[in-house]
Design a protein around this ligand. Structure first.
Ligand code: FAD
Ligand code: ZN
Length: 472
């Protein structure tokens, strides 16, 4: 086996002086997870500039058995992208690999390097009159390699699918340092196992994604945004079914915002507006888009809302009159997430069949409030995909540390309801360190065993992000 010190020196030579960071102060942003739940340590942060450099680094790591943590924008919420505390892993950050290699507007595809920031891909697609629809709160800093590795969801899944559905091909550096060029831009390719799907959502445990060919779509010409006030979560889901049936593929987002979360945002986040004259227990932020002009989208939305008002499904609502107003409404959606940082919050990112969302929220709310009166459930998010961010804010005035110490107790209650409704305990954020043990209680034993076998088959030396996603 190659001596570790020698291996680290060789890696530094491969990437050159701009490609490594050993100074602890400069390493800081690479060591701390977005919610500050984990702080890791490392000897070296490596920032390669090309696929060949990644391959050479990984080959050296494989020979010396140095574990690698791939990292994109470090916005992940489950501790997957930060190194463990023991300092044995190197961090391999893809940020310098940020070239758009090719755009093919006729094929509706774009081939991009892993370190491209998501928002930059939106701009590049728009320049050729196309849309790359993946959209999430962290889009200004997350990278496409991280999005692929977490199979990110976000606010446009309803219409366009998760990152998985947006991907046609990948280039991957395997754990032994070989490069797999799977950058195909094909809509049809039935030539065996679809290997890219292992790396998408693989959280860096099977290889390092260095580039991808992703799908583009026609750019929307008309967008309508509305914010509606409702009394009951059952009505929210009834409205969803009606809106989807009436508008088909034109419904692009359907987000739930509870009043309790809006109240927190109004206190803590500047620029948040109280959008309707009277408060309502629940709000829906709805977006529709059409790639045709004069599509009649506005009239369709107005008809939908008029009928819903007449039938008392919704209490009140506002349709954005300008893109500026639409931005204000979307600001509420982002502000409710940020506002929860100001108190102790126990998080859940779960999904159930869309038809069971209301049932889930009612049952889980009863479960947690019975256990701790005064607890403040904030059920919000992408309910049109069956995805609920079921966050539990501490009772007012409670001791934060003592409250957060009960994290597992509340996970058990909430995940128990998820199990009853045949849902998932991680809808879009992934597993990482946070849920690595938890998933073993919720997935069939056969599935966990198959995951371990895949991991061992591709990464027998266990150097790719060890200790994340799957425990061996
Ligand atoms: P990182 O955090 O750096 O890494 C995530 C995982 O991928 C780690 O396990 C890492 O090892 C691995 N990885 C990174 N790059 C590579 C690579 N090139 N090859 C192999 N493995 C790699 N997520 C959603 O799904 N939907 C949302 O709506 C959403 N909203 C968010 C809002 C905010 C404000 C924040 C802070 C986060 C949000 N997230 C959301 C979570 C996060 O942004 C996503 O998981 C995102 O896809 C992570 O991308 P990243 O580049 O930051 O990856
Ligand atoms: Zn989300």
């Amino acid at each position: 086996m190659v001596d570790i010190e020698k291996a680290l020196e060789r890696i530094k030579t491969v990437v050159g002086p701009r490609g490594w960071i050993a100074d602890p102060a400069e390493q800081e942003p690479y060591l701390v997870e977005a919610r500050r739940l984990w702080r890791g340590a490392t000897r070296l942060v490596i920032r390669p500039a090309s696929t060949e450099e990644v391959a050479a680094v990984v080959r050296t790591c494989a020979e010396a058995r140095v574990p690698i943590v791939p990292q994109g924008g470090n916005t992940g919420l489950v501790g997957g992208g930060v190194p463990p505390e023991d300092g044995r892993n190197i961090v391999l950050a893809l940020g310098r690999m940020n070239r758009i290699r090719a755009i093919d507007p006729v094929n509706f595809t774009m081939t991009v390097e892993a370190g491209c920031i998501l928002a930059h891909l939106h701009e590049a697609a728009a320049e050729v009159d196309r849309l790359f629809p993946l959209s999430l709160g962290a889009e200004g800093s997350c990278q496409i390699g991280g999005n692929l590795s977490t199979n990110a969801g976000g606010i446009a899944v309803l219409r366009y699918g998760n990152t998985r559905e947006l991907t046609l091909g990948l280039e991957v550096v395997l754990p032994d340092g070989r490069i797999w060029d799977g950058l195909r831009g094909l809509r049809k390719d039935n030539t065996g196992y679809d290997l890219k799907q292992l790396f998408i959502g693989g959280e860096g445990t099977l290889g390092i994604i260095t580039a991808a060919t992703i799908k583009l779509f026609p750019k929307p010409r008309e967008i309508e945004t509305a914010l509606l006030g409702l009394s009951r979560v059952e009505d929210v889901m009834a409205l969803f079914a009606r809106a989807r049936a009436a508008t088909g593929d034109q419904l692009t987002a359907f987000e739930l915002i509870p009043r309790a979360a809006l109240d927190l945002a109004l206190v803590h986040i500047p620029g948040t507006i109280d959008p309707l004259a009277q408060p309502h227990p629940s709000y829906v932020l709805l977006e529709m888009a059409s790639s045709g002009t004069e599509s009649g989208l506005r009239a369709l939305l107005e008809r939908l809302l008029e009928t819903a008002l007449e039938q008392e499904l919704i209490g009140d609502g506002v349709i954005a009159g300008s893109s500026q107003q639409a931005k204000q409404l979307w600001h509420i959606r982002e502000a409710i997430v940020e506002a929860q940082l100001y108190s102790g919050s126990i998080k859940h990112d779960v999904s159930v069949p869309v038809s069971r969302v209301a049932d889930f929220i009612i049952r889980a709310t009863t479960g947690v409030t019975d256990r701790l009166p005064g607890i403040r459930p904030m059920a919000f998010g992408h309910v049109g995909d069956g995805n609920i961010h079921f966050n539990l804010t501490q009772p007012e005035g409670a001791d934060t540390a003592a409250y957060l110490a009960r994290w597992q107790e509340f996970n058990d209650i909430v995940h128990g309801v998820v199990r009853e409704l045949h849902g998932s305990i991680s809808a879009e954020h992934g597993v990482g360190r946070l849920k690595r043990e938890e998933i073993t209680h919720y997935k069939p034993a056969v599935e966990i065993e198959l995951m371990r076998r895949v991991k061992r088959a591709l990464d027998p030396a266990n150097i790719m992000n060890p200790g994340k996603l799957v425990s061996l």
